[in-house]
Design a protein around this ligand. Structure first.
Ligand code: F0G
Length: 463
């Protein structure tokens, strides 16, 4: 018999209680957190869909590995395991351990960046862009046109516009720091990148003599989409598909907090010895010695095991199909979504959900607040709060889309948690015309979404 029901392919061995709150309590908590979910306390959240990063449940095997961790300063056994796991997966000889993805980004982009340098990506993730711009270099996003239309169906909406890449590589000849494929494309909707697209990017980079890097934190999820959507590759295993993609690149930056199924960690993998040496010098200055970077031995042990477990076909099937399950439920309710559904998250088109709220009153942030108030669900805006930019004359330039991301932690929530989220959206849909915009009252210069303070506009008007 072939079952329709997708079960979680694991049993629960250890549980963590969820604090259940009332709507009145959450209204107060939201105000105290200045309407910014990053300023809420975790204990006040019922279902936490803020991120899939560092929020995975580790397996019994990983926890056993934690006990095995070798905490030696130099040449630890756990480092040998992690280094080997990364080398076998990426085919890259030089591996630098870091405490998370952005530490690897700071090292590589700190080295390659600087004034006048240009970086080109399908879409730079926010920390990637910040690390590049911090060096006074420029970050340019060139997703394919289909990737910019939330409702349009396309199997690989994460792809890079290869014709535009060719044009940019000619225009900025001699000034390109690197070309970066973010796999899957997080900011563009968790959408996959095809092997064919990576091949096109790789060929152009080789032709122009430019470094090609993968931001590979969701590479296993990407492999699932390739196997099921890129016809001629369906006979390869998920791991082989990932290896094929790595074989096209000169290096990779990974936040292990995603597809290595751990709570902390990352790495930089490179083929070129001289580049690896320069980066290792920076690693030792800010992260730690080259055989632990910013990690303890136990973290490295868990990463080595997680990089194996994540390619289990039953796990990946459950993972992608359970994200789709939430997406399909919301779609059936009429919630405007980024489609098709991505790998790690469901993205809601807040501009379409709240057409009466103009972009400069942040419809995405308004939805984030509503979800918390009604259901204790925490998630983040990926729109003009996160990506809005000030022009030289002080005016604000909006983001291309006003999205809200419901990111699903790996192996953490069950189907009934997800059904609770869907039920909350029934009320979101009933209330949609009554919701008002939000404004920013305080913001920092970089990555403003983390610490900005907001106020609901309606409250100001009635005050
Ligand atoms: N690249 C991508 C595509 C990411 O999604 C992230 C993190 C990073 C790099 C940086 O890695 O957090 O380990 O320093 N994304 C998290 C998220 C924060 O919620 O999507 P990090």
């Amino acid at each position: 018999m072939k079952h329709r029901t997708i079960i979680e392919p694991f049993r629960i061995k250890s549980v963590e209680p969820i604090g259940i709150s009332t709507e009145a309590e959450r209204t107060g908590q939201l105000k105290a957190a200045h309407y910014n979910p990053f300023l809420l306390r975790s204990r006040d959240v019922i279902i936490d869909l803020m991120t899939d990063s560092g929020t995975s449940a580790m397996s019994a095997h990983q926890w056993a590995g934690v006990m095995e961790g070798d905490e030696a300063y130099a040449g630890s056994r756990s480092w040998e395991r992690m280094e080997q796991a990364v080398q076998e997966l990426t085919g890259m000889g030089h591996v630098l351990p870091t405490h998370q993805g952005r530490a690897a980004e700071r090292i590589i982009y700190g080295h390659l960046g600087g004034p006048g340098k240009v970086f080109i990506s399908n879409t730079h993730f926010d920390t990637t862009r910040a690390n590049i711009e911090f060096t006074k270099a420029t970050a340019i996003d060139i997703p394919i046109a289909e990737g910019k239309d939330p409702a349009l169906q396309h199997p690989f909406k994460g792809n890079m516009d290869v014709a535009e890449l060719d044009r940019l590589l000619k225009e900025h000849k001699g000034h390109v720091g690197a070309v970066i494929l973010t796999v899957t494309n997080n900011s563009g909707g968790g959408q996959p990148v095809s092997i064919a697209n990576a091949e096109g990017v790789s060929a152009l980079c080789k032709h122009h003599g430019v470094l090609f890097l993968l931001d590979c934190c969701r590479i296993a999820e990407n492999s699932w989409f390739v196997k099921h959507r890129e016809g001629d590759l369906s006979s390869l295993s998920y791991r082989q598909i990932a290896q094929r993609m790595f074989s096209l690149a000169d290096g990779a930056v990974m936040s292990a907090k995603k597809d290595a199924l751990v709570n902390m960690g990352g790495f930089l993998a490179l083929r070129d010895e001289a580049l690896a040496e320069a980066c290792t010098n920076l690693l030792i200055i800010t992260e730690g010695f080259s055989t632990y970077g910013g990690l303890s031995g136990r973290d490295m042990e868990a990463i080595a095991i997680g990089l194996e477990e994540v390619f289990d076909p039953h796990y990946l099937d459950y993972r992608i199909r359970s994200t789709t399950f939430l997406g399909e439920k919301l779609h059936a309710l009429g919630v405007p979504l980024m489609r098709p559904i991505g790998g790690h998250a469901v993205y809601i088109d807040a501009k379409k959900l709240y057409p009466h709220i103009p972009w400069h009153e942040y419809p995405g942030q308004a939805l984030v607040c509503e979800l918390y108030r009604l259901g204790g669900i925490r998630c983040v805006e990926i729109g003009s709060v996160m990506f809005g930019k000030y022009a030289a004359d002080g005016s604000l330039i909006p983001s291309a889309m006003e999205l809200v991301r419901l990111a699903i932690p790996r192996r953490v929530y069950t189907q009934s948690h997800i059904e609770y989220v869907a039920e909350t959206f029934e009320e979101i849909m009933r209330m949609r015309e009554k919701v008002k915009g939000i404004r920013i009252v305080k913001e920092p210069k970089f990555l403003r979404h983390f610490t900005a303070h907001f106020e609901p506009i309606a409250e100001l008007h009635s005050a």
